[in-house]
Design a protein around this ligand. Structure first.
Ligand code: COA
Length: 203
């Protein structure tokens, strides 16, 4: 697996060749609105549905930011914007979700690249940076991506990062009123040549 390491700057921030992956802040409202309002029509079944103009208000953005900050404070959910270093555009978002401590020290990865930026390697660059944050900053040992079996692009992305296919999780999550299967892909610190530096309270 590629040990290529994104440049580390500050905690929860990674600068890669073309991108900056970092938590959103209140001054990102315009970049956030621009990203959603310039989305192309849905390109496949897994591409998020375009938002309506009223869903792109500053109020919505602040509510979203508040819930992200609460998630981080609770060590439960870490959401990051994926910004283009040159243009400053928000090209996608990545998340480290459902953080489990105890003896598993694991989390799920979520990722989306806004569809006008697909096929340029941004997904791979951003997810690699998120994995680095998960392993080094959050000191997690394992990350997992649960992918819908027909989501070919996402499966190719996970594979291209060297994630291991672990099997099919039947009726794993409720989506649009239906319990759907997920193919699980995972990686641990060992796969990325990183020494795990976390601590487990065994009590
Ligand atoms: C899945 C997604 C994040 C990929 O983003 P992307 O920026 O287009 O992906 P990349 O350009 O980095 O490509 C990553 C890998 O996918 C594969 N890939 C991407 N586009 C491909 C295409 N058109 N044909 C074949 N392979 C392709 C390649 O294997 C590539 O790896 P490589 O660079 O080593 O060849 C993006 O399509 C997306 O946001 N989809 C909607 C949301 C979603 O499905 N999220 C995942 C939920 S589990």
């Amino acid at each position: 697996m590629s040990p290529k390491r994104p440049k580390r700057s500050v905690l929860f921030e990674r600068k890669t060749r073309r991108l900056v992956v970092r938590p959103l802040v209140s001054s990102d409202d315009l970049a956030w609105k621009a990203a959603y309002s310039t989305m192309l029509p849905k390109r496949n079944a897994f591409d998020p549905t375009n938002r309506k103009p009223r869903e792109l208000s500053v109020r919505r953005f602040r509510a979203d930011l508040k819930s992200r900050n609460e998630g981080m404070a609770a060590d439960r959910y870490y959401g990051f914007g994926v910004f283009h270093r040159k243009s400053g555009e928000l090209v996608g978002q990545v998340g480290i979700m459902d953080v489990q401590r105890g003896i598993s020290q694991s989390a799920y990865l979520g990722y989306v690249i806004f569809n006008r930026y697909w096929n340029q390697g941004f997904g791979k660059e951003a997810v690699r940076a998120a994995v680095d944050i998960a392993f080094r900053d959050l000191r997690l040992h394992r990350v997992e991506a649960g992918i819908r079996p027909r989501n070919r692009r996402s499966i190719l992305l996970a594979r291209s990062l060297g994630f291991r296919k672990e099997g099919l999780k039947k009726r794993a999550v409720l989506m649009h009123g239906e319990w759907v299967d997920l193919v699980m892909y995972s990686a641990t610190t060992e796969d990325f040549g990183i020494r795990w530096r976390g601590r487990v309270d065994q009590r």
